[in-house]
Write a protein that binds this ligand. Structure first.
Ligand code: ARG
Length: 457
């Protein structure tokens, strides 16, 4: 197949291996639906403007739909010498309906065509990602509702710090995802712009109507500047950035789940359906899904860097460098959708080991701050209280005890203001109960938080 679309001024044909380097068809075929949608809108507008006849329009639209059907049935042969999805479709169209197919490209260039396809695609995918985030948030919220009273150690420096509610812990990811969702939503106004009609770079002499195609394609606005329309890939960068940040958040959650399911922690048990075994160690049940999600942030962030570097220093308007925008974007979109889907399933089926968490918070010093606060209530300055509790903890470590097991006489030796009520005071559940400040981990505050979270969904 020779490339009829631009063969006119050429005396020699490119060799197949050169065509292969130039071609994007092996990845931009992902845009077939958007490309055909864009073409149908364009040709409809051409007829509305009297640039094509109604009959020509009808033939072209029928031809485009037939090409799509062929593609979906596996009956369309894609060719590298036809470079990309646009020229492959146009070629197939002309094969099907003859010369009139050649009128489709009137008043249009592949430059505004690819920009249109990519805007339509990105918009659609971002909308799907927003829905998937929301779905995952529902799952987190549901699990949180079941575990407001489940107490676990909260960490800083990955050292036990203070007891917190399990619900409170996982709700942190709900809020991260909420911000991610809001970033994706906000980005839509910069994605939802029609470049169609900008043609190669300068607009066109045909009496086209850009607002007609904008409306047909459901875009919120049109680019005001034809050069900008074909040169802008900001929205690709922004989408990659939003995807990468969401993946960073998922990777943090994944890391916690990996830790929680170790034999050392045993805080949660992943369902078999979301775990894998070892080919050599029969006892193993590995959290591969969580590890993969943690690892995949590398590729989305790589694509973000790659897009930024490709755009750096590019002169106006279209340059072939821009063909490099697609693989990273497609890959990042597949990656985040796959990760969100798996993560949701993993969390929905994961078992929270309440007994183990209960045991854990009763065998650590995460209530030490409480003991200091207890002394402060008895009018001891916080710095002194800190010092006293430090000494009590040291005694515990040397005598293999936790704060709830310290004999009363021992407490008395450290400070006479420590009374019998200290044991009630130090129970993890009571530590939480006293936290009433807004947004804190106290049971009441967490129930309030869950109520607010619900309004976001
Ligand atoms: N395959 C090209 C791309 O993805 C389409 C635009 C080609 N335009 C051009 N003037 N060669 O960027």
């Amino acid at each position: 197949m020779s490339n009829k679309a631009w063969g006119g001024r050429f005396e020699e044909k490119p060799e197949a291996w050169v065509d292969a380097f130039n071609a994007s068809i092996h990845f931009d075929k992902e845009l077939i639906h958007e490309d055909i949608r864009g073409s149908i809108a364009h040709v409809t507008m051409l007829a509305n403007q009297g640039i094509l006849t109604e009959d020509e329009k009808d033939q072209i639209i029928k031809g485009l739909n037939d090409v799509k059907a062929d593609y979906l049935n596996g009956d369309m042969e894609l060719s590298e010498s036809l470079e990309d999805i646009h020229l492959n479709i146009e070629h197939a169209l002309i094969q099907k309906i003859g010369e009139v197919g050649g009128k489709l490209h009137t008043g249009r260039s592949r430059n505004d065509q690819i920009a249109t396809d990519l805007h339509l695609y990105t918009k659609d995918q971002v909308e799907t990602i927003i829905e998937m985030i929301k779905f995952f948030q529902h799952t987190i919220l549901k699990l949180a509702n079941e575990h407001v009273e489940t107490i676990m150690p909260g960490y800083t420096h990955l050292q036990r710090a203070q007891p917190i509610s399990f619900a409170h812990h996982i709700m942190t990811y709900f809020w991260m995802l909420e911000r991610d969702k809001s970033r994706f939503k906000d980005s839509l106004k910069r994605i939802d712009i029609s470049p169609l009609g900008a043609a190669a770079l300068s607009g066109t002499t045909y009496p086209i109507d850009r607002f007609d195609t904008q409306e047909q394609l459901g875009f919120g606005s049109v680019y005001e500047n034809s050069l900008d329309a074909v040169s802008d890939r900001d929205y690709v960068v922004e989408t990659l950035s939003n995807i990468s940040l969401t993946m960073v958040h998922l990777s943090r959650f994944a890391e916690e789940i990996i830790f929680w399911s170790t034999d050392e922690a045993k805080f949660v048990t992943l369902s078999d359906a979301f775990s894998t075994g070892s080919s050599i160690m029969p006892q193993k049940k590995n959290p591969d899904m969580a590890e993969l999600i943690r690892g995949k942030v590398g590729r989305t962030t790589g694509s973000l860097m790659s897009m930024l570097m490709t755009l750096k220093g590019l002169p106006l308007a279209y340059n072939k460098d821009m063909q490099e925008d697609k693989e990273g974007l497609f890959d990042a979109i597949h990656t985040i959708k796959g990760s969100l889907r798996i993560f949701e399933g993993m969390v929905a089926t994961m078992k929270v080991n309440e007994d183990r968490l209960h045991e854990t918070v009763h065998q650590d010093f995460s209530n030490a701050t409480e003991l200091a606060d207890y002394l402060v209530l008895k009018d001891i300055p916080f710095r002194d209280a800190h010092e006293i509790v430090g000494k009590i903890v040291l005694w515990c470590i040397q005598n293999d005890k936790y704060l709830l097991d310290v004999p009363f006489e021992e407490y008395q030796k450290h400070h006479e203001k420590i009374e019998e009520d200290v044991y009630e005071y130090l129970k993890p559940a009571n530590c939480l109960k006293r936290r009433k400040s807004y947004g804190s981990t106290g049971q009441e505050a967490v129930y309030e938080q869950l109520k607010v979270a619900k309004t976001y969904l």
